[in-house]
Design a protein around this ligand. Sequence first.
Ligand code: FEO
Length: 409
Amino acid sequence: MSQYPSAIPVADGITWVGAFDPTLDDFHGFTLWEGVKGTTYGSYLVQGEKTALVDTVNIDFVDEFLARVSEVVALEDISYLIVNHVEPDHFGGLMAVLEKLPNAEVCCTAAAARTIVDFHGANVPARIVADGDTVDLGGRTLEFLPVPMVHWPDSMFTYVPESKTLLSNDAFGQHIGIPGTIFASEVSWERLLLSADLYYANILMALSNPIKTAIQKVVAKGWSIETIGPSHGLIYRGEEVGRIIAHYQSIIDGSIKDGSVTLVYSTAWHSTELLAHEITKRLRDRGLVVHEFNLNEEPFSKATLALLKSSALIVGAPTMHNGLFYRTAAFLQYISGLRPKLKLAAAFGSFGWSGGATKQARAMLEAMGAPMVEKDLQIKFRPTETDAETIDTWVDGFVAALAGGPVAE
Ligand code: FEO
């Protein structure tokens, strides 16, 4: 058995049997750094006269997971395996788990059944469930709500009315993996929101509309929810349920935006870095809050987190080989699918002879729908005192555009 804690009761008839992964520092390219690394794979036993297992774990943790489940119930006594979401962090070990559950009927959406075939190459017999379908466990009920694109087409919520518990899979998740810690009340709310926002920004940011629809459906159903058990991170209970839903709504409706500016840059010989500092200083002198990130050193995920609250993005890069320095290009590619909501964007950079970096950065920003300031800021080699007026004018134009005023010529 793992060195980590045993199964943990969560609500009446519901027990957490997931796994802790405290050293995880890369979640399919989403970097987690010291202080925020780690996750959990949340899995829950729901017990009435019969028993259901809702979600499983990453394949690397299947053995300890099955041992944890066995503490609560004999594996052959599990009647249902509920697949809320087929992604490998939850069901990479689906076949290995099913091998040990001889009497479990798989319940999932039609999209999940197709994905099981596509991903696992196996035609697993499954009961296809739709909105409002239920499974009667005898004294406890599972009610299903498909929530496509929260996070994949197959995604689903499972609600247990007798326990007033919503098992939400990826929604409301956080990559927090502190062995033995499974409740939100065990950390500060600020610590929890840091990881919840990091998770939302880097995984869910483009999916705000499906998430909004899912929340509206939950509200319309009138479900009474006293516990939300996500499949990553900590479990919300009591007033924390309303707080995390309200926080999600602030992201969805944009009220989380604080008017700050996120400025990212990469640099080859520190010229673009000097220019970045000149721009940041001027923006701060004009009263703006600026979050500055050197993409040579800092994780893309950290800058993407800042974009959750920032209204504007300024992107810097030197020209190399007539084009955009690769690290800034990679960052723009990273966020392009996440589609951050921006009021304004801009590009700047140092060049030696040909230029070209800002033109490519502008094209990538425009392709993701970002409104651009009229002009890019390009400085030959290193910024000097003779460039001060040019930088001043450009920053004034940016500030005016962000404020909605006329853009300076
Ligand atoms: Fe946690 Fe979309 O998987």
